[in-house]
Design a protein around this ligand. Structure first.
Ligand SMILES: *[C@@H]1O[C@H](CO)[C@@H](O)[C@H](O)[C@H]1NC(C)=O
Ligand SMILES: *[C@@H]1O[C@H](CO)[C@@H](O)[C@H](O)[C@H]1NC(C)=O
Ligand SMILES: *[C@@H]1O[C@H](CO)[C@@H](O)[C@H](O)[C@H]1NC(C)=O
Ligand SMILES: *[C@@H]1O[C@H](CO)[C@@H](O)[C@H](O)[C@H]1NC(C)=O
Length: 462
């Protein structure tokens, strides 16, 4: 689709001023008035005919009159119609690390220290992004049973995201559905979705997943850089030895529950086996919220070709979300982190474009998107320094022959299609009577529990 926003009504010109009364007009004034009307009418008719001719000349071809303009001007025009929806931005963790969660300590209308603030989001034609709510994974103990503050810290991350969206409600709108995203963008707001960056943030509990959903989380990455009770991580540069050989039993229940809720399954960070198993198991389309192509730069964090091909030809239509050949639809949103893009010191806007082109070639251009990882990465590619630079990236793709439709898919249309597919699966499962997953982590000793001896408790503790 060329754009996912409805065309704005063309300005029809201001209303005609009230007519002067003819009383008091001289014959000459009246004649001059008629001549003016005829001339204006003639000019308008000519302009109309010219517009029709120009439309007929250009409308059925790929080209439009403005295609003579330079690629950056064209990129900006395209992104006005189909703004960027970035799959992964880390503003909440910057808020935690740098400001101890104090959202009064900085001004998003001014220049922020990282890669993201409101003026640069506007310059970059951003219409929406997933606010990553992230906490680290480590020191879990052998079976992930070491108590931790992760659920608290995730709630704090969700809290700061909500506080910022609320504080700058002239700019941001919390959006929970694809319809919300589109209406926010129609009002020129930046649609704001939450994404949880790892099932290690769940405290091993599907009940916690449901509560994160109810607080607005619309995707969850199955792992971060560590294995967890649900799935194996793919590591960062090289893959660690697997623990579950993919998904655990609890991980399979997790995918069912995410499908039922309508929460996107995010396969960034997971092992190749988890990617394959999740693609086969998930009833809903999946995403990679911030991952690049392994064939372009060989690190385990990137997606290999043998998985990218599984997405080819899978775009869902309105009736069959699994698409032709029962393939699971998905979108790989390209990560800009230099260490995933190219050898040290070599990451540039052009090499990021190489990843986009490669995924477009192997998976299809309707399966690629943008997931910058801004504010979550230390250094940045040359030419892609912050959120103001998406138009420059699109200009590079225009130079490489990307059409308006393909650009609109990359910038956000592909993500919206996939998200809509997940919403449909959720509605379908609920209509079919799918019940909430009640699976418990097998290494959890506290449930089910014996009823306490209330009489004894009150005697001892009150
Ligand atoms: C939060 O930041 C504001 C503005 O800098 C400051 O006035 C306030 O004291 C801070 N709050 C805390 C608890 O540090
Ligand atoms: C990519 O790296 C992995 C290990 O890090 C290695 O086994 C593999 O052969 C490499 N692939 C290519 C095409 O170089
Ligand atoms: C898709 O799956 C359904 C149900 O398993 C099967 O009946 C159908 O033949 C499959 N279609 C294709 C094209 O493989
Ligand atoms: C997808 O698969 C079809 C049929 O196998 C093939 O013709 C097409 O070239 C593939 N597309 C891409 C982008 O690889």
């Amino acid at each position: 689709m060329a754009s996912y926003l409805p065309e704005r009504s063309p300005l029809l010109g201001s209303r005609a001023p009230p007519r002067d009364s003819d009383v008091g007009q001289s014959e000459e004034e009246w004649k001059a008035h008629r001549v003016r009307r005829i001339v204006v009418g003639g000019v308008l008719t000519f302009a109309f005919i010219l517009a029709v001719v120009i439309s007929l000349l250009f409308v059925n071809q790929e080209g439009w009159p403005w295609e003579d303009e330079d690629p950056l001007t064209r990129a900006r025009a395209m992104l006005n119609k189909a703004p960027v929806i970035d799959g992964h931005i880390d503003l909440p963790i910057l808020t935690r690390f740098r400001y101890a969660n104090n959202v009064s300590a900085f001004d998003l209308h001014g220049r922020m220290p990282g890669h993201v603030d409101i003026p640069r989001l506007r310059e970059g034609k951003v219409g929406g992004f997933f606010w990553s709510v992230f906490v680290e994974c480590k020191n879990d103990g052998r079976y992930f049973t070491q108590p931790s503050y992760r659920v608290r810290d995730t709630l704090e991350q969700i809290d700061v995201a909500h506080l910022m969206i609320d504080k700058y409600s002239d700019t941001f709108a919390l959006t929970l559905t694809t319809d919300d995203i589109k209406s926010a963008m129609r009002e020129h707001k930046i649609a704001s979705m939450l994404g949880v960056e790892g099932a290690h943030q769940l405290g091993n509990s599907l009940g916690v997943l449901r509560q994160f959903y109810s607080l607005g989380a619309r995707y969850m990455t199955l792992t971060h850089g560590c294995h967890n009770a649900f799935a194996d991580s793919g590591g960062i540069l090289t893959a660690p030895a697997p623990l579950h050989n993919g998904l655990s039993t609890l991980g399979r229940a997790l995918i069912y529950e995410m499908n039922r809720l309508g929460m996107l399954v995010d396969l960034s960070h997971v092992s190749d086996d988890v990617m394959r198993q999740a693609l086969a198991l998930s009833q809903a389309p999946v995403i990679w919220s911030h991952s690049s192509a392994r064939a372009v730069h060989n690190v385990s964090r990137n997606v290999p070709d043998d998985i990218l091909v599984l997405l080819n030809d899978s775009a869902s239509d309105s009736a069959h979300w699994r698409g032709k050949g029962n393939k699971t639809d998905g979108v790989v949103m390209v990560n800009f982190a230099p260490m995933f893009v190219a050898d040290e010191g070599k990451a540039t806007l052009e090499t990021v474009a190489d990843h986009i082109e490669h995924i477009g070639k192997v998976a299809g251009r309707d399966h690629v998107g943008l997931g910058s990882d801004f504010d979550g990465i230390g250094d940045v590619p040359e030419g892609l320094e912050d959120v103001s630079k998406y138009p420059q990236l699109v200009a590079e793709l225009i130079k490489r022959g990307w059409t308006r439709q393909e650009v609109a898919g990359l910038s956000g249309g592909n993500l919206l299609r996939v998200f809509k597919g997940a919403e449909k699966v959720s509605e379908h499962m609920k209509r079919q009577g799918a019940t909430p997953a009640m699976d418990l982590y097998s290494r959890r000793p506290d449930l089910p529990a014996e009823m306490p001896d209330w009489a004894g408790v009150s005697r001892l503790d009150l």
